[in-house]
Design a protein around this ligand. Structure first.
Ligand SMILES: [Zn+2]
Length: 189
């Protein structure tokens, strides 16, 4: 009897955890991208993260706080940047991403907003994982084939299980850091 009660309590705890998704705040600096493209990109990136229990909260960069992820949309990639690079992130700095509109546009095989959403999801993952690494498949592959870029308009790519775990760990660590910073600033006289 005791074990049945324990099982029920555990199930309740699990369902609460599912409802409460980990949140990450992301702001977009629009230098070059069309509003509709950016809207679609945000939607696709949000869908990809929702699959692993992480909610992306999009906000205006004017209202961002320390620790939020910041994405810059650049009109044109620097001339000396390797031609296959669509965007980059600074995983060890932990917040800055640059996306090059001209590069994403040149490599799209379907609707630009869909590829852009995957690029955002990929770079945000680098920042959240906090280490420079890639995976053999899925969203965190170093580059997607033409077939994958076409398919992502029908169904978004997914993170591997290992990527999802590293992302959730990173999100948890960032939330803990923010909470301790807030506690420190509240305790000031
Ligand atoms: Zn990458």
């Amino acid at each position: 009897m005791k074990s049945i009660i324990l099982a029920m309590v555990l199930m309740a705890a699990n369902s609460d955890a599912k409802d409460e998704m980990a949140k990450v705040a992301v702001c977009l600096n629009y230098e070059s991208v069309e509003f509709n493209e950016a809207q679609r990109a945000r939607l696709v990136a949000s869908q990809i993260y929702a699959q692993i229990g992480v909610k992306l909260e999009w906000l205006f960069c004017g209202s961002k706080r320390d620790g939020d992820v910041v994405i810059w949309f650049r009109h044109k990639a620097p001339n000396d940047l390797a031609p296959e690079v669509l965007a980059w992130a600074l995983p060890y700095e932990g917040k800055t991403i640059e996306v090059f509109h001209d590069r994403v546009r040149q490599s799209t095989h379907s609707y630009l907003g869909d590829l852009m959403g995957h690029v955002l999801a990929h770079e945000i993952a680098h920042v959240l994982q906090g280490i420079a690494r890639h995976s053999q498949s899925g969203v965190l592959k170093p580059s997607w084939s033409a077939k994958e870029r076409l398919a992502m308009s029908f169904r978004p790519l997914q993170f591997t299980q290992h990527d999802a775990e590293l992302i959730r760990q990173g999100v948890g660590a960032r939330a803990g850091k923010r909470a301790s910073t807030l506690a420190a600033s509240n305790s000031r006289p």
